[in-house]
Design a protein around this ligand. Structure first.
Ligand SMILES: Cc1cc2nc3c(=O)[nH]c(=O)nc-3n(C[C@H](O)[C@H](O)[C@H](O)COP(=O)(O)OP(=O)(O)OC[C@H]3O[C@@H](n4cnc5c(N)ncnc54)[C@H](O)[C@@H]3O)c2cc1C
Length: 644
C-alpha cells in the first residue's frame, strides 16, 4: 500500500483555503442523517464532538472517566500558542510555522504545520467567545508569555491551569449539544475495538466499566481522540489513566502507526524519588520565562549539595553554571525541550547533579523575585509553586526548585493524512492520538493548539468530504461484522481473566517502564535497543503465563482494565524499539548516541531519514512492515538546528 498524505497542491499559504473549497459538502438538511462516533472527550474530542453536533450531525461520544472534565487535557499548565502578534514583537503565521518545523527538527509536514499556524488565531477567538479566562494585561488585552524554541511571546495562558480552562470551554460547548440532544455522551465506557465493513470503519465495541456489558455502536465514521501513550514508560507526567488501547486496537485493524519512537522528555519535572512512585509531576515550561537553570560548576560543590552540607543559595554566583544561557545565548533558558533535557542529563553525567539522588539540576527564581517581587512571581506561577511545595516540602520562593527530565508527550501516534484520516477509511485520529504536526519534538504550548485545531477547525471540514462521498445510507449493528468483533473482544477479555499467576499487571508495567526508560529514553543505542527488544519479548511471554488478573467482567474491575492496557503497552513498546532501531539518526527527542555533532547535539541524516515512518500490523507476533512517507520541504531550508 502506498501512503498518500493528500497534501493539497499550490502555494503553502493557500493550501488550506483551496482545499476547503475543493472538499465536498454535506448539505445542512442531510447532516442529520449521519451518525458520528467520537471516542475521547479531552480537548480534541470535546471540540470535535461539539463542532460536529453544532453542524447538525448526530454524535455519540465516549470517555472512560466519569466526566469529560476529567480528561488528561485538564492537566495542561503553561499555555497555548497562537500567532496573534499582540505583542508586536515580530510574530506571524509564517514565524509560528517556521518555529514549529524547526522545533520538530524537520520531521513534520510543511502543509500540516502551516495550517496549524494559520488556524491558531481562530482558536483564541473561539475560546474567548466561550468565556475561557485567559490572563490579561493591566489594560485588559490578552497577555502572552514565551515558550521554548521561539523568540517571541505568543503563548496565551490562564495562570498554570490553561488546559483546565480550555477544557471547561470545550466541555460547555459539548454540554450545550448534549442538552440539545445532538450528542449522546457515554461516560465510564471504554472502547476496545473498531468494527470495519469492507475496509471502512463503521463502529466500535465498548465495555461498560460499571456493569461489564460489552456493546456495539454503529456510525458513518469513527474519530479517535484518545490522547498519547507516554505511560508506556510507566512513570510520566501524564494522567495515570492515559493509555494506548484505542489507538493500538485500531492499529491492529489496519491503521498505520506513525513515528512510534518519537517521545518527548520534558526538562522541568519534579525528580523521581524511588520505586514507590506511580506518577511524575511537571513543572510547566512557562517557569523558564523567569526561572534560571543551573548546576554547580564543580563536582565538589555538587557533592556538598547532595550531602546537604550546603544549600543552593549558599553557592556563590561564580560557582554556578547557567549552562543553557552559556551554551545557547540567543534562546537562553527557553531552548526547546529536547535540547534542555539533554543538557540536564549531561550535567548529571558529569557528576554535577544535585538533590539526594544526584539526578537533578536547579531552576532558580531568586533573580526574578529580586526583579519583580515575590507577589508578582506568585501571581504568575503561584499554583505551580504550591504544587512543588506540597510534593517536595521545599519552598521554591526561598531555595531553587530541583528539576529533572521526565517523559511527557508522544509525538508519534496513528498515521493520518492531511484530512486527519488514518489508513482505514472512515477512521480518523485527532489530538495527541495522531502523529501529525510536531515532527520529532513538540514545542511547548503547541499540543493544545493542535488538539483544538483538529477538533474545532479541521475535522468539521474534512469529515464532510468523506461523508458526502459515502452517502447517508444507514449503518446499524445488525451487520455480522459487529457480532464478530464483539466476539473477539469477549474472547480477549476471557483470556485476560483466565490469568491466575502470581505477578500483578502493575509489576509488568513497571518493568516495561524500566526497559523503555533505560534503552528507549533520552539516549538510544543500537546495542541497547536490541537488548530492549529481547527483554520486551520475554516480558510479554511471561505476562501471558504469570500475570494475575482478579475479579469478574461483570463488575467494576480495575485489574481487568489495567491488564488490557498493559498488554497493549507491551506490544507498543516493542514497536517503539523497532522504530528507534530503524531510525539510525538523531532528530529532536530521538537521540541516537551513534549520531551526534561534536558538541553533542542531535545529528540528522536527511538523505536517508527525511521520512515519516508508518508501521503496518501484519498479525500477532509478526514483524510489522515499514512504509515511508517522504517529507518534502519547499518553504524551509533543512539545516542543523542552532539555538546559540
Ligand atoms: C502535565 C502536563 C502539562 C501539559 N501542559 C501543556 C501546555 O501547557 N500546553 C500544551 O499545549 N500542551 C500541554 N500538555 C500536553 C497536552 O495536555 C495534551 O497533549 C493534550 O491535552 C491531549 O489532548 P487530547 O484531547 O488529545 O487527549 P486527552 O486529553 O488525553 O483525552 C483523551 C480522551 O480519550 C478518552 N479515551 C482514551 N482511551 C479511551 C478508550 N479506549 N475508550 C474511551 N475513551 C478513551 C479519555 O477518556 C479522554 O476523554 C501537557 C501535558 C501534561 C502531561
Amino acid at each position: 500500500m502506498s501512503l498518500d498524505a493528500k497534501i493539497p497542491e499550490g502555494p503553502l499559504a493557500q493550501k488550506w483555503s483551496k482545499h476547503k473549497f475543493d472538499l465536498k459538502l454535506v448539505n445542512p438538511a442531510n447532516k442529520r442523517k449521519y451518525d458520528i462516533i467520537v471516542v475521547g472527550t479531552g480537548l480534541a474530542g470535546a471540540a470535535a464532538a461539539a463542532s460536529l453536533a453544532e453542524l447538525g450531525y448526530n454524535v455519540k461520544a465516549f470517555c472512560f472517566q466519569d466526566s469529560p472534565r476529567r480528561a488528561h487535557s485538564i492537566a495542561a499548565q503553561g499555555g497555548i500558542n497562537a500567532a496573534k502578534n499582540y505583542q508586536n514583537d515580530g510574530d506571524s503565521v509564517f514565524r509560528l510555522f517556521y518555529d514549529t518545523i524547526k522545533g520538530g527538527d524537520y520531521r513534520a509536514r510543511e502543509g500540516n504545520v502551516y495550517r496549524l499556524a494559520e488556524v491558531s488565531v481562530n482558536i483564541i477567538d473561539q475560546c474567548v467567545a466561550q468565556g475561557v479566562p485567559f490572563a490579561r494585561e493591566y489594560g485588559g488585552l490578552l497577555d502572552n508569555r514565551s515558550f521554548g524554541g521561539s523568540q517571541v511571546s505568543r503563548t496565551f495562558y490562564a495562570r498554570g491551569q490553561t488546559g483546565q480552562q480550555l477544557l471547561l470551554g470545550a466541555y460547555s460547548a459539548l454540554n450545550r449539544q448534549i442538552h440539545a440532544g445532538k450528542v449522546k455522551m457515554y461516560t465510564r465506557t471504554e472502547m476496545l475495538d473498531v468494527v470495519t465493513i469492507d475496509g471502512h470503519a463503521k463502529g466500535i465495541v465498548t465495555r461498560n466499566m460499571i456493569t461489564g456489558s460489552i456493546d456495539t455502536h454503529a456510525g458513518h465514521a469513527v474519530l479517535l481522540c484518545t490522547g498519547g501513550y507516554s505511560n508506556v514508560f510507566y512513570l510520566s507526567t501524564n494522567a495515570i489513566g492515559s493509555n494506548v488501547t484505542a489507538a493500538w486496537r485500531a492499529h491492529k485493524r489496519g491503521a498505520f502507526f506513525g513515528n512510534p519512537c518519537y517521545t518527548q522528555i520534558h526538562p522541568t519535572c519534579i525528580p523521581v524519588t524511588g520505586d514507590h512512585q506511580s506518577k511524575l509531576t511537571l513543572m510547566s515550561e512557562s517557569l523558564r520565562n523567569d526561572g534560571r537553570v543551573w548546576a554547580p560548576k564543580t563536582v565538589e560543590i555538587a557533592e556538598q549539595l547532595r550531602k546537604g552540607s550546603i544549600k543552593a543559595d549558599q553557592v556563590k554566583e561564580d560557582d554556578r553554571d547557567y549552562f543553557l544561557e552559556r551554551k545557547y545565548p540567543a534562546f537562553g533558558n527557553l531552548v526547546p525541550r529536547d535540547v534542555a533535557s539533554r543538557n540536564a542529563k549531561e550535567m548529571v553525567a558529569e557528576g554535577k547533579g544535585v538533590g539526594g539522588s544526584g539526578f537533578a539540576v536547579f531552576l532558580d527564581f531568586a533573580d526574578a523575585i529580586k526583579r519583580l517581587g515575590e507577589d508578582t512571581v506568585r501571581a504568575k506561577y503561584g499554583n505551580l509553586f504550591d504544587m512543588y511545595i506540597q510534593i517536595t516540602d521545599e519552598n521554591p520562593y526561598k531555595q531553587p526548585m530541583r528539576i529533572y527530565p521526565a517523559v511527557h508527550y508522544t509525538m508519534g501516534g496513528l498515521w493520518v493524512d492531511y484530512n486527519l484520516s488514518t489508513t482505514v477509511p472512515g477512521l480518523y485520529a485527532l489530538g495527541e492520538c495522531n502523529f501529525s504536526d510536531h515532527g520529532a519534538n513538540r514545542l511547548g504550548a503547541s499540543a493544545l493548539m493542535q488538539g483544538l485545531s483538529d477538533g474545532y477547525f479541521v475535522i468539521p471540514y474534512t469529515l464532510g468530504d468523506y461523508l458526502a462521498k459515502i452517502g447517508p445510507k444507514k449503518v446499524d449493528t445488525t451487520h455480522p461484522a459487529f457480532e464478530a468483533t464483539k466476539k473477539d473482544v469477549v474472547t480477549y477479555i476471557n483470556k485476560l481473566l483466565a490469568l491466575k499467576g502470581n505477578k500483578t499487571v502493575n509489576e509488568y508495567h513497571r518493568e516495561l517502564g524500566h526497559i523503555m526508560w533505560e534503552y528507549c529514553g533520552m539516549a538510544r543505542t543500537a546495542e541497547g535497543l536490541t537488548k530492549a527488544k529481547g527483554l520486551i519479548k520475554a516480558l510479554k511471554a511471561d505476562f501471558w503465563v504469570n500475570a494475575i488478573v482478579t475479579g469478574e467482567n461483570e463488575e467494576v474491575n480495575a485489574s481487568l482494565e489495567r491488564a488490557g492496557r498493559i498488554a497493549d503497552f507491551i506490544e507498543l513498546g516493542e514497536l517503539m524499539v523497532d522504530d528507534a532501531l530503524m531510525r539510525n539518526e538523531s532528530c529532536g527527542g530521538h537521540f541516537r548516541v551513534e549520531s551526534q555533532t561534536p558538541d553533542g547535539e542531535a545529528l540528522r541524516d536527511d538523505e536517508n531519514f527525511a521520512f515519516v515512518a508508518a508501521w503496518e500490523f501484519k498479525g500477532e507476533n509478526q514483524p510489522e512492515e515499514l512504509h515511508k512517507e517522504q517529507l518534502v520541504f519547499e518553504a524551509v531550508h533543512l539545516s542543523q538546528r542552532n539555538y546559540a
